[in-house]
Write a protein that binds this ligand. Sequence first.
Ligand SMILES: C[S@@+](CC[C@H](N)C(=O)[O-])C[C@H]1O[C@@H](n2cnc3c(N)ncnc32)[C@H](O)[C@@H]1O
Length: 342
Amino acid sequence: MATSRPTTASHTHPVDGFHDMTSKDYYADSYAHFGIHEEMLKDSVRTGSYRSAIVNNAHLFKGKTVLDVGCGTGILSMFAAKAGASHVVGIDMSNIIDQAQKIIEANNFKDTITLVKGKLEEADLPIKQFDIIISEWMGYFLLYESMLDTVLLARDKYLKPNGHIFPDSAAMYIAAIEDQDYKEEKINFWDNVYGFDFSCIKDIALREPLVDTVDLKSVVTDPCMIKHIDLTTARKEDLSFEAPFTLTATRNDYVHAFLAWFDISFECTHKKVKFSTGPHAQYTHWKQTVFYTPSTITVSEGESITGRLTCAPNERNNRDLDISISYKTPRDHEATMQYKMY
Ligand SMILES: C[S@@+](CC[C@H](N)C(=O)[O-])C[C@H]1O[C@@H](n2cnc3c(N)ncnc32)[C@H](O)[C@@H]1O
């Protein structure tokens, strides 16, 4: 299975000081353990970008009310308070908010930040209209297990007309990569396991996108944007989409997979703050997402692979993503692959 950010398996041990939580609680509440927050906080591209966007734009925050959707440890709420917000409400449904309360008190923000424990969708917030919404909602492949629909709901219910959303823009890209060695190790491995034919598992492995870091030198085509989300106007329905793509080869090479990543931008800031999770950019814990193709594609410089990507939440479990990629190679080979992130 592609590794998922809110992992539960490694968070099943109660920790000193969390005596009221059992391993079962941790399993149910994947954001309760500090470990996942440690990973996010230490992702300096992620957390540093939010800090720059908020703290370096104090003119937008001064005297303003701010809603932090999914506040976790309260880091973004404290950036907003530091930037001069008159009041910040942070909401989170995870037990990590008990620690956030202590963190806020330890840093003397008790009078400026109010924390609410619960689901945004069911909450009764102490302030009904906010000037700014801040949230870090992004998942792998941007939308996997993401809480963007919660942020859109918060916008429609709580944001004042002409209020700001931090961030307010997201874009998804794909390219094609040469990935012979890793495909051998992860996919073709199943063809021959100690002399036995395990290829039925190969078919399953092929359909699971792999979250991993990819070297820029593996990328053999130009990137193509497949989705742009303007958070000020997007609707929940827009998160199911179909996008055409054309990937033009930048050299003669083999293609073993498609690669996807996303960029995030705080467009409402004067000096625009943005970051990328692509193979050309500094490491982030989102890494990139690899979709292996069933057969190897050959491309020559200047030739194009054309195709179409569709993405939608799974009908039975809307936390899972169904992704299909149809493509036509320069040698006129056509294929469609159905992938599932779960
Ligand atoms: C990716 S973490 C971000 C935490 C923190 N804002 C940060 O930047 O470090 C997302 C948080 O949103 C919370 N969350 C997800 N869906 C939620 C919902 N519907 N209502 C309230 N909190 C939610 C999770 O419990 C988690 O702590």
